[in-house]
Ligand binder design. Structure first.
Ligand code: NAP
Length: 287
């Protein structure tokens, strides 16, 4: 059976490092703060918010939740966002997406201050990721995948990596990150002719689709590292996109759901808040 690689030890290590960083910031009179902007009260937003708030508190980041009404106008939304951009006490801004349809993300993404955009909504941060410029903020979920691979000493250079799913928030940025680490990448999406074949050629298989148990044993190469980003509800239970029971004996390493990548994401969010705070206070190279 493959090694089950869990997110908790990764999240615990990052959390401990961040607690120490916050201590050093506090000793300089600097107190990091995250503003979470939520429109309405979608259950998945609320669940993520709960995890993010408690992670921030544990680390010593002040979390602020700004709940906006579902019928807020685009003008008022932008007004609020600009006030957060200008508030020197706020170091990071997280906007829950997708936004309601009447709020135009294509406009809003240009409004968020890129130096506070800790989850890569701004085209400036997207461009930095594209260029391999590490001064920006890549999206938290694919960054969590990369932290998992690093923590569990998975060699990436020269390896074949297949990413199933090509969304702007997970699949596509994850492919770029793996490419930046010199893996050879293949990206699959809903129109890919033979995803199982392309998956079964990969040393590293990352799956981010949103379909329970899509990836069966025939998608996986013997000994491959399988990272399941999917979060699905099946018969009232959380599960990933990978048929865990069917794949676990063939994989060399495999993440569970729950307890895998999802548990690392909020610690990456916190890490980005601290990075933003240090950059904004000219402390990045000092602390
Ligand atoms: P998304 O925007 O719906 O994108 C899904 C991607 O999967 C698309 O590229 C789609 O292709 C592709 N796809 C759909 N059916 C496919 C198939 N049969 N074979 C191959 N590719 C297929 O989803 P997302 O936001 O990236 O999220 C993906 C999953 O990750 C979801 O379960 C979500 O809940 C989870 N998630 C987890 C975290 C975390 O922290 N763990 C964070 C964010 C998301 P097309 O582009 O052709 O439509």
């Amino acid at each position: 059976m493959g090694e089950i690689i869990r997110g908790k030890p990764v999240a615990d290590k990052i959390t401990q490092e961040l607690i120490e960083e916050v201590d050093r910031l506090n000793s300089k009179g600097v107190y990091p703060k995250l503003s979470i902007v939520r429109v309405g009260a979608r259950p998945d937003d609320l669940a993520y918010e709960k995890g993010a708030v408690s992670r921030c508190k544990k680390i010593g980041i002040e979390p602020e939740v700004i709940e906006l009404p579902l019928d807020i106008s685009q003008e008022d939304f932008i007004k609020k966002l600009r006030s957060l951009n200008e508030d020197s006490k706020v170091n990071g801004i997280l906007i829950f997406r997708p936004l309601p349809q009447h709020l135009d993300e294509e406009v809003i993404k240009y409004e968020i201050a890129h130096e506070k955009d800790i989850d890569c909504l701004s085209p400036i941060n997207q461009g930095k990721l594209y260029e391999g410029d590490t001064s920006g903020f890549p999206p938290c979920t694919p960054t969590a995948v990369m932290e998992m691979l690093k923590f569990y000493d998975v060699e990436l250079k020269g390896k074949d990596a297949t990413i199933i799913g090509s969304s702007n928030v997970v699949g596509k940025p994850n492919a770029l990150m793996l490419l930046n680490e010199r893996a050879t990448i293949t990206i699959c999406h809903s129109r890919t002719k033979d995803t199982a074949k392309l998956g079964s050629q990969a040393d590293i298989l990352v799956v981010a689709v949103g379909k329970a148990n899509l990836v069966k044993e025939n998608f996986v190469k013997e000994g491959a590292v399988v990272i399941d980003v999917g979060i699905n509800l099946l018969d009232g239970n959380l599960c990933g996109d990978v048929d865990f029971e069917g794949v676990k004996d063939k994989a060399g390493m495999i993440t569970p759901v729950p307890g895998g990548v999802g548990s690392v994401t909020t610690s990456i969010l916190a890490k980005h808040v601290i990075k933003a705070c240090k950059l904004q206070n000219n402390l990045y190279d000092i602390l």
